[in-house]
Design a protein around this ligand. Structure first.
Ligand SMILES: C[S@@+](CC[C@H](N)C(=O)[O-])C[C@H]1O[C@@H](n2cnc3c(N)ncnc32)[C@H](O)[C@@H]1O
Length: 305
């Protein structure tokens, strides 16, 4: 949804933007191509491999781009490290990139045979292989249910743990075949889709990152600044929808974990579209991965923060 992002961020006006999920730079390229030459983009990604590709692709705009290896959940700290108080627009295009799926050795795709890694930043944290090798039955059932919304969580856990009595699951293919042989194939999606999603979310702490961002992004937007958030599954979209609604109602705590500290009725935020925008038929045909994407957009509208 590149055109929609360019439109909602009002790129033609120019300004200072954050692309918090730079990936290989597709959205940032469009932002820069549709903005005046004074525009600057701070491009953040946790994946050093993706950042290197983005820097090369965006070389013609290098004087307008600052790249940072980091996490969008740390946005306030990152901006303050750059001496930036507030920006005109922020984009997050959540999930994983085509590069991460297609590059050898990353372990995100059940259609490849790679080591079961799944870390977006391979210099930190533990791999999916190591987590699976040491998790308890309760933990595995929990994450398959919560992050994968997998109805066969119990059965799958039994099969995976039984397999691991002989040694860890080492590769994506091993795991995908184990899953396909354990649960019925239902609907259009591959039976391993939900398990891979659950492990990826867990290994990269994706929901914690999103919650942290939702809790503080408003403080990094200028008056009239906009935020565009693209999500790919219901767990993320639900969090975003809930946070936007609470912020619009003037509740300072967008995740509803504590009492509001700002009285209702002083909105500092408004949703620009009440229902999420989804990709056009053409976009879905051209890019099947965009299927399921939802874009929500909001604007900081003043009032004390
Ligand atoms: C769907 S891709 C973005 C693609 C990008 N919009 C483009 O046009 O190339 C998602 C990217 O977000 C990055 N990412 C995911 N979680 C992140 C986080 N918490 N902080 C920073 N980057 C993150 C991934 O490494 C991946 O490169």
């Amino acid at each position: 949804m590149v055109h929609e992002v360019v439109h909602y961020l009002r790129c033609a006006r120019g300004g200072l933007f954050v692309d918090g999920t730079l990936g290989t730079g597709g959205h940032t390229l469009a932002i820069l191509q549709h903005s005046p030459a004074t525009t600057r983009v701070i491009g953040i990604d946790r994946d050093p491999e993706g950042l290197a590709v983005a820097r090369e692709r965006l070389a013609p705009f290098s004087h307008q781009l600052q790249t940072v290896q980091g996490k969008f959940g740390d946005l306030k700290i990152i901006l303050s490290g750059l001496g930036v108080r507030a920006v005109d627009g922020i984009l997050l295009d959540l999930g994983f990139s085509s590069l991460q799926i297609e590059s050898p050795g990353r372990g995100f795709s059940f259609q490849r045979d790679d080591p079961l890694d799944m870390r977006m930043d391979q210099t930190q944290g533990i791999s999916a292989r190591d987590w699976l090798a040491h998790c308890s039955q309760k933990e595995l059932i929990g994450i398959l249910k919560e992050y994968g919304e997998e109805r066969w969580a119990k059965r799958l856990t039994g099969k995976i743990l039984a397999f691991q009595s002989k040694g860890p699951v080492e590769t994506t293919r091993e795991l995908a075949e184990l899953i396909a042989g354990s649960i019925p194939r239902g609907g259009r999606i591959h039976p391993a889709t939900r398990t891979f999603q659950a492990l990826r979310i867990l290994i990269n702490d994706e929901l914690t990152q999103l919650k942290s961002f939702l809790g503080e992004f408003l403080e990094t937007l200028k008056d009239g600044g906009r935020v565009c958030l693209i999500s790919y599954h219901s767990l993320e979209d639900r969090l975003i929808k809930q946070a936007f609604l609470r912020l619009e109602r003037g509740l300072r705590d967008p995740l509803g974990m504590s009492e509001p500290v700002r009285p209702e009725g002083q909105p500092g935020f408004k949703r620009l579209i009440s229902k999420p925008t989804v990709p056009s038929q053409i976009e879905m045909q051209e890019n099947p991965r965009s299927r399921g994407a939802k874009l929500r957009v909001g604007e900081r509208v003043g009032g004390p923060l």
